[in-house]
Write a protein that binds this ligand. Structure first.
Ligand SMILES: [Zn+2]
Length: 475
C-alpha cells in the first residue's frame, strides 16, 4: 500500500510530509485545557502556530462545530481486528483469556504480510474515525507461518508502517520481545512460534523498526518486553537497554493465574516484582496492571509510570477491574488502548472504564476529578495526559507549538448543538453513544484524514480487509 501523500526529506534525514498553512475555525474548542468560543487555529508545518478566540470565521477558514484534541491509543495489536467476533462461542470448559489466546494463535496460522497490512489499515481507519490520532502498536508477530524469520526480518513491522502511512495515523512502533511460555523461562509453545526471537535477533528487529519509522511523519519507536511470563529477568534487562529514550511497554498482571504463577516462581507478584527489579519510571507503560494489592497500587502510582488500560478488551476477556480510584488518588497516570481491537472507539474505552468502576463501587461519577467536575472531561483529561506520556509524544492538547492533532465533533441533535457547550459536550461524547456527539473531521499533524465521519480511504481499505478475511476464514 502506498503512502497517501508525497514526502520530502529534511536536513535531519527525517522524512516528513510537506504541510501547507491551514486555518480551522470552531464555534467552541478546548484549547490549552480551557473551553473558548469562536476559535481559530492557525496550523503551519503540522503544528498549531497561533490560537485566537472570540473571532469571526473568515473566508478560507475550515469551519467546525466543536474542536477537541485527538487522543492517543496507547495499546493495540492491530492484526487482532481481523478476529473480532471469532471468540464469542462458549467452549467445552470455562472460557477465559487463556482459551481466547488459543483462538488468536489459530488465527495466526495463515496470516501473511499482505494480510497484516490490510487488517492493520482497517483497524487504523476505525481508530481515526473514532477520534484516535496516534497508536502505540505493540508488535509481537515477527516470523512467517512456520515460525521462520522472513528474508527481510523486519517484513511485518514494515507492513505496520505501511498501514500507518496509508491511513495517516501517528505511529509509535513498539517491537515486542517474546521468548517463553511461562515464568521460569519455560520453552515456547508451537502457537508462539511466530513471536519467538533470541535477544540478538530482537536487537536487529528493533534497529529495523527504528529505521522504518523514519519514513513516517512524527513516528517514533520504543521497546516492549512482552510480559514477565514471556521474558526472563536477564532478557528484560537486555531488551530495556536497547532503547535509551523511547517508551517501554510491558503487559503485567492481566490475569489471576499470571499472578499466581509469578508468585510461585519468584515469590513476588508481577507488579511488585517489576517495581523491585526494573528501573520503572516515566518512560514505562504497564499494560493492564489489573490485579494489584493496595501496596502495589500505591507504589505503581508513585513510580511515575503510566498504566495502559484497555477497558473494552479487559471486559471482553473477563480480565478483572482495575483499581482506578485508589490509583488516581495517589497521583497515578492512566492512558487508554484498544488492545484486541474487538471493538474500536475512543469514547467507548473511556465510558467502559467509568462503568467498570460504577459497577464495582455501586456509585456514579466515580472518576470525576472533584465535586462539580464532569466525568467525561475528567476522563478525557486523563486520556490526553496519559497518552502523551505513554507514547512519549508532545501532543497533550491543543495549544501553540503542539502538533495539530484535532478532532471536530458534530452533534447529531442540531437543536442541542446550539446550546450545549463546555464539558457537557464531552459528557455526551463519552456517554451518549451514537446519538450524542460524533466525530466529524480529524486532522493529524494538520492533515485532514477523516471528513463527515469517514476516512478518506475507507472504501478501498475496507475492500482489501474483506478480501483478506474471506481468505483467512475460509475452511
Ligand atoms: Zn495487549
Amino acid at each position: 500500500m502506498l503512502p497517501e501523500t508525497p514526502m520530502q526529506v529534511t536536513s535531519e534525514n527525517q522524512t516528513v510530509n510537506a504541510s501547507p498553512i491551514l486555518r480551522l475555525w470552531f464555534e467552541a474548542a478546548l484549547v490549552a485545557g480551557k473551553w473558548e468560543e469562536r476559535v481559530r487555529l492557525t496550523i503551519a508545518d503540522g503544528n498549531v502556530s497561533r490560537v485566537e478566540h472570540g473571532v469571526a470565521a473568515e473566508p478560507g477558514d475550515e469551519r467546525g462545530s466543536v474542536g477537541i484534541p485527538g487522543l492517543a491509543n496507547v495499546h493495540s495489536h492491530a492484526f487482532q481486528r481481523g478476529m473480532s467476533g471469532l471468540a464469542e462461542v462458549r467452549g467445552p470448559a470455562s472460557d477465559s483469556f487463556w482459551t481466547w489466546r488459543e483462538i488468536m494463535y489459530h488465527f495466526l496460522d495463515r496470516l501473511t504480510p499482505e494480510d497484516m497490512e490490510a487488517v492493520a489499515a482497517q483497524a487504523y481507519v476505525e481508530m481515526l474515525e473514532s477520534g484516535f490520532v496516534r497508536v502505540g502498536e505493540f508488535h509481537y508477530v515477527h516470523h512467517d507461518c512456520a515460525g521462520k524469520p522472513y528474508d527481510n526480518p523486519g517484513e511485518l513491522a514494515e507492513r505496520i508502517c505501511g498501514a500507518a502511512a496509508a491511513t495517516g495515523i501517528g505511529l509509535t512502533l513498539l517491537p515486542s520481545f517474546y521468548a517463553h511460555s511461562g515464568f521460569g523461562g519455560l520453552p515456547p509453545t508451537t502457537g508462539q512460534r511466530r513471536f519467538v526471537t533470541s535477544p540478538d535477533e530482537f536487537a536487529r528487529l528493533y534497529e529495523n523498526a527504528a529505521r522504518c519509522v523514519r519514513t513516517l511523519p512524527r513516528a517514533t519507536v520504543g521497546v516492549a518486553p512482552h510480559s514477565l511470563r514471556a521474558v526472563t529477568p536477564g532478557e528484560l534487562e537486555r531488551i530495556v537497554a536497547l532503547d535509551k529514550e523511547g517508551p517501554i511497554h510491558i503487559h503485567v498482571a492481566e490475569q489471576a493465574k499470571e499472578v499466581a504463577d509469578c508468585v510461585a516462581v519468584t515469590g513476588a507478584r508481577p507488579v511488585e516484582w517489576l517495581l523491585d527489579n526494573a528501573p520503572v519510571d516515566g518512560r514505562w507503560c504497564l499494560i493492564h496492571a489489573t490485579h494489584m494489592t493496595p501496596e502495589e497500587t500505591d507504589a505503581l502510582a508513585r513510580s511515575g509510570a503510566t498504566v495502559g488500560l484497555c477497558p473494552v478488551t479487559e471486559a471482553n476477556l473477563g480480565d478483572g477491574t482495575f483499581p482506578a480510584v485508589p490509583f488516581l488518588a495517589q497521583g497515578g497516570q492512566i492512558g487508554f488502548g484498544t488492545d484486541s481491537n474487538v471493538a474500536i472507539g475512543a469514547a467507548a474505552e473511556l465510558c467502559q472504564l467509568e462503568y467498570s468502576q460504577r459497577l464495582s463501587s455501586l456509585g456514579r461519577n466515580v472518576l470525576a476529578a472533584a465535586q462539580g467536575r464532569s466525568s467525561g472531561r475528567s476522563l478525557y483529561d486523563l486520556a490526553l495526559a496519559g497518552g502523551s506520556a505513554a507514547l512519549s509524544d508532545p501532543a497533550d492538547g491543543l495549544g501553540v507549538g503542539n502538533p495539530a492533532d484535532v478532532v471536530s465533533l458534530r452533534c447529531d441533535y442540531t437543536s442541542l448543538a446550539a446550546r450545549e457547550r463546555g464539558d457537557a459536550v464531552l459528557d455526551r461524547f463519552v456517554f451518549g453513544g451514537r446519538s450524542g456527539y460524533a466525530v466529524d473531521k480529524v486532522w493529524v499533524g494538520g492533515r485532514e484524514k477523516v471528513s463527515a465521519g469517514r476516512h478518506h480511504r475507507r472504501e478501498e481499505i475496507a475492500v482489501s480487509f474483506r478480501r483478506t478475511l474471506q481468505r483467512l476464514l475460509s475452511p
